[in-house]
Design a protein around this ligand. Structure first.
Ligand code: CA
Length: 528
C-alpha cells in the first residue's frame, strides 16, 4: 500500500520537476521567484450582468470592480453545463461532465485526479471552504470545511473531517472569516491554494440584515427580454418552469404565512405560486396586485433580494483584498472571482440557469495577478470552466495532464492571445426535467453564432449573436441561414468527436439526479 502511494506521489512530482528543469528552473515573472499563491473565490449563481465592471446598471459592486480595475476581465467565459454540481466537477477536473461522471447532481468520485490533488502533491497547501455540493467528502485538500448540500444563509452549519459546527452569523461573512482564519494559520513555507466558495446569491436569495432593505425603495430597471414571447423558438423555452411571472413561489417572494399554519400545510403554503398578492399601500391600507401589475412586482421583489445578497459578497471580497494588502501578500497572490454559472435576472422572463443562453451560461471571471496581468485588461477570447484547472496548474509551474479537456488561460493573462485560440466551444446540459422542467440540450457557441439542439425533442435553435445579441430570433429555419447552420453543425460534430462525447452515456442517465447532503452526512451530525 505504502509503495503504491509512493509511486503515485513520485508520478505526480516528476512532471513538475521536469517542467521546472525544461524551463531552466525559472518561476513565472512577477512572482518574485516564488510560486504564486492562488485564491479562487466562487459564488453560486452570480450573473456577470449584476457586476458593475460588467456594465450592470442595476447595482454597484465597488470591490469586484476594484478587482477588475487592478486585474483582467474575461467577457466570454462560460460554464459548459450551466448548473451548480456539474460546473464544480468540471472546474476541479478540467473535464466535461461525461468524463468526470457528474452530468447532474451525482456524487463526485473523489478518487479521480483533480487540480487540488495535483497542486497538493506539488507542495501547495490546499483548502476548500464553503459550498461544495458534490455529494462526497472533498479530497486533495489539506483543510476543508463545507456546508452540507446547499447549506443555509443564517447561522450556517459547516463540517470537516471531525464533525459539524454551527457558526453564528451570515453565511457570506462566516465563509470569509473561515478563509481568513485558514490564511492566518497556514504554514509559512508553502504557497497556498484556497477555494473559497460562497452560498450567496443562490435561491432563495436571503440577504443579510445590513443590506436587506438596500433596494427596497428603488425601481430595478427591467431587462429588455423580460417579456420575451418566444416566437420562433422551440417548445423547450415554452415548457420551462423557471418563469418569474408564473413560477415564483410565496417562499421566493418572502410572503408572510398565516400565523396558525404549521407542518405540511405551512410548506404547501410556501410552495404555492400566487396569482394575487396583497401588499401595504402608501396610506396604511392594503392593495391587491393581480395580472401585469403583479408580474412587475414579482420581478422587483426577486431582484431586490438577489442584489442585496450580492452586496454582502462585494463587501467580503473587499475585506479579503484589504487583508492581503495589509499582510503584503498582494503581489504574489492570484485572486480570481467567478460564479459556478450565470443566472437569468428576468432575462427571457426567467430566473435560474440551465439553458445555454448567454445570461445563464456566461460566468463572471476576474483575475488579479500583480506584475503579470495588466491592470484593467479585458479579453473577449472564448474561455470555459474546464480551463480553470489547467490555468492553476501552469501558473504553479506544472504541466497540464493530457486527459484534461480545457486549456490554460495563462497566455491570455500575460496579454498574449495565441493565434490558434479556440473559436468555438461545446456545451451539454442533461438535467431533464430537473427542478424546472428544463429540456436537455447540447450545442456550440462561436464568436458570432450559437447552435442549440434539444435532442430529446429533436428541435433546434440558432442565433446570430452579432445581429441578435439577446437571442430572440431563431434563424434555424431561415433559408438565408442554411450555409451558416451547416457550418455550425460541422463544427458541432467536430467538437463532439474531439471531446469524445458519448450519447450512450446521456441516454443511460436516470431522468433526474441525486441531490442533497453528502452520504457521510447524518441527521445526528448537525442540522442541514
Ligand atoms: Ca449555481
Amino acid at each position: 500500500m505504502k509503495k503504491t502511494m509512493l509511486r503515485i506521489v513520485v508520478g505526480l512530482l516528476v512532471p513538475w520537476a521536469c517542467q521546472n528543469h525544461i524551463l531552466g528552473a525559472t518561476e513565472p515573472a512577477g512572482t518574485g521567484g516564488r510560486r504564486p499563491n492562488i485564491i479562487y473565490i466562487m459564488t453560486d449563481d452570480h450573473a456577470a450582468h449584476a457586476i458593475g465592471a460588467y456594465g450592470s446598471t442595476v447595482n454597484q459592486t465597488p470591490h469586484l470592480d476594484r478587482l477588475a480595475r487592478e486585474g483582467m476581465r474575461f467577457d466570454r467565459c462560460y460554464a459548459v453545463n450551466s448548473i451548480c454540481t456539474p460546473s464544480r466537477a468540471t472546474i476541479l477536473t478540467g473535464k466535461y461532465s461525461h468524463k468526470n461522471g457528474v452530468p447532474v447532481f451525482n456524487r463526485f468520485d473523489g478518487g479521480q485526479p483533480h487540480v487540488a490533488k495535483y497542486l497538493q502533491a506539488a507542495g501547495y497547501h490546499t483548502a476548500l471552504i464553503g459550498k461544495w455540493h458534490l455529494g462526497s467528502d472533498p479530497t486533495g485538500f489539506d483543510h476543508w470545511e463545507i456546508l452540507p448540500g446547499q447549506g443555509r444563509y443564517e447561522n450556517p452549519v459547516l463540517y470537516d473531517r471531525d464533525g459539524a459546527k454551527v457558526y453564528p452569523g451570515y453565511a457570506t461573512d462566516v465563509i470569509t472569516d473561515l478563509g481568513l482564519a485558514f490564511l492566518s494559520n497556514r504554514p509559512p513555507d508553502k504557497p497556498f491554494f484556497l477555494m473559497l466558495h460562497h452560498k450567496a446569491p443562490h435561491r432563495e436569495w436571503t440577504p443579510d440584515e445590513k443590506h436587506r432593505l438596500m433596494f427596497a425603495n428603488r425601481r430595478i430597471p427591467e431587462p429588455p427580454t423580460l417579456d420575451d414571447d418566444y416566437a420562433t423558438r422551440t417548445d423547450a423555452i415554452r415548457e420551462q418552469q423557471q418563469s418569474v411571472f408564473r413560477d415564483m413561489t410565496r417562499r421566493d417572494l418572502k410572503l408572510k404565512p398565516p400565523a396558525d399554519l404549521k407542518g405540511q400545510a405551512l410548506q404547501a403554503w410556501f410552495q404555492h405560486k400566487p396569482t394575487e398578492v396583497e401588499i401595504p399601500d402608501a396610506n396604511g391600507g392594503k392593495r391587491l396586485l393581480t395580472g401585469r401589475e403583479l408580474d412587475r412586482w414579482k420581478y422587483q421583489r426577486y431582484m431586490q433580494d438577489y442584489l442585496a445578497c450580492i452586496q454582502s459578497v462585494d463587501d467580503n471580497v473587499g475585506r479579503l483584498l484589504d487583508w492581503l494588502d495589509t499582510r503584503r501578500l498582494r503581489n504574489n497572490t492570484l485572486v480570481i472571482y467567478t460564479s459556478d454559472q450565470g443566472f437569468f435576472l428576468g432575462d427571457h422572463g426567467m430566473y435560474d440557469k440551465r439553458f445555454f443562453y448567454e445570461e445563464s451560461a456566461r460566468m463572471p471571471f476576474l483575475v488579479r495577478w500583480p506584475g503579470v496581468v495588466q491592470s484593467g485588461g479585458v479579453t473577449d477570447a472564448l474561455a470555459i470552466n474546464a480551463d480553470f484547472a489547467p490555468t492553476f496548474l501552469t501558473v504553479a509551474g506544472l504541466r497540464v495532464p493530457a486527459d484534461m479537456q480545457g486549456v490554460s488561460l495563462e497566455p491570455l493573462l500575460r496579454g498574449q492571445r495565441p493565434g490558434d485560440w479556440r473559436r468555438s466551444f461545446y456545451y451539454r446540459y442533461y438535467h431533464d426535467p430537473g427542478h424546472h422542467n428544463t429540456r436537455a440540450h447540447y450545442g456550440i457557441r462561436t464568436d458570432t453564432h450559437k447552435l442549440i439542439y434539444f435532442w430529446k425533442k429533436d428541435q433546434w435553435e440558432c442565433f446570430d449573436l452579432v445581429q441578435d445579441p439577446h437571442e430572440l430570433r431563431n434563424i434555424y429555419n431561415d433559408p438565408g441561414a442554411q450555409p451558416v447552420v451547416a457550418d455550425l453543425k460541422r463544427e458541432l460534430n467536430r467538437l463532439r468527436g474531439a471531446l469524445e462525447d458519448n450519447d450512450a452515456f446521456a441516454d443511460a442517465l436516470p431522468p433526474d439526479g441525486v441531490d442533497g447532503p453528502p452520504r457521510r452526512w447524518k441527521p445526528g451530525f448537525g442540522p442541514n
